[in-house]
Design a protein around this ligand. Sequence first.
Ligand code: ZN
Length: 136
Amino acid sequence: MTQGRKSYCIICGKEKDGIEIREDNVSRAIRTINGYVRGKRLNNRVVVCKECYPKYNKYRKRYISRQRLYLILGVAVLVVSMLLSPSIGSLLFSVMIIILLYLLSLINWLPALSVSRGSISRRKAEPVSLGEKRKQ
Ligand SMILES: [Zn+2]
């Protein structure tokens, strides 16, 4: 679509057109790191192609549920360590665990799409005005 910019699928890595991902802090960071490694990819669009869409959904769900699990674990560590020995040391320890868990959750990282899932599957079924109102 845009001249000079190619689009790559985030799942299969092939040069394909698809639904563009939503840029977030993580994708920006990864893009920057990626840019150092292979400069030419820096300005390319990252998409999910049609063939990979079911796979993407599965991976994305797994990423979300893992992240939730890690968050619960982190809070549990914080609560338990503060109950056992309420000190700055154990607070710092808990924060470190939470950061570590967050980094672990990034192993399964997958960005959100630039369009909501509902608008893909029922693009024509729903009136436009409803979708506009619920915009985040
Ligand atoms: Zn693909």
